[in-house]
Write a protein that binds this ligand. Structure first.
Ligand code: COA
Length: 166
């Protein structure tokens, strides 16, 4: 029913008519390359709250050192068309991404999971939670900006840094 393509570390999935139904965008992070502070564009150039939250999730944690590796594979963005939700597609794409991580000699895989569902897909593939940030209490520019999103928070209370050794 589905076709799945990789390009070169990312995956797309289409239905039998060719319509895109799911993507797993991944990144290969090299220790030597400037993905750290020196290479990071100023926060104001990005969606600042989200970037701030994602930065805080990883702050002070050196996964290259934790896993003693020069290459980390990041499960960067995962998205599945609602029509095809809860069928295990995200879990399957994460599993296929792990294969790509191995094929690219990554020593570890990481994921910044902002939803409980992507966190479940990652956990089912052996990624463990290393740090959580509680949306309700997260402060940005002195405000708990996300605290009012009660419906959303009931379903997705925390963002997680997750990782595993390959
Ligand atoms: C998150 C997302 C990729 C999950 O895709 P999916 O193919 O439905 O996920 P899976 O079928 O592999 O399900 C993984 C787990 O999440 C649960 N889940 C997924 N969607 C759910 C929903 N709407 N309600 C309740 N549980 C849900 C599944 O039941 C499963 O849990 P289980 O292991 O206890 O059975 C998809 O919902 C999505 O694209 N969301 C919007 C984008 C997004 O949030 N991306 C992640 C950013 S980090």
């Amino acid at each position: 029913m589905f076709g799945c393509e990789k390009n070169p570390v990312s995956l797309t999935m289409r239905d039998s008519t060719g319509r895109l139904v799911a993507i797993a965008l991944n990144k290969l992070l090299e220790k030597s390359k400037a993905h750290d502070q020196t290479g990071t564009p100023p926060a104001q150039e990005k969606s600042r709250l989200l970037v701030s939250l994602l930065d805080d999730l990883e702050r002070g944690i050196d996964l290259f050192a934790t896993y003693n590796t020069k290459t980390i594979f990041e499960l960067w963005m995962l998205s599945v068309d609602k029509t095809f939700g809860q069928l295990g597609i995200a879990t399957a794409l994460a599993s296929l991404s792990l294969d790509l991580a191995k094929a690219n000699n990554a020593g570890a895989v990481k994921c910044l999971a902002v939803s409980q569902y992507s966190a479940k897909a990652a956990a089912k593939n052996g990624l463990e939670t290393i740090r959580t940030i509680d949306y309700a209490t997260y402060e940005f520019n002195g405000d708990k900006t996300l605290a009012n999103l009660t419906d959303l928070l009931a379903e997705h209370p925390v963002a997680r840094l997750m990782a595993r050794r390959i």
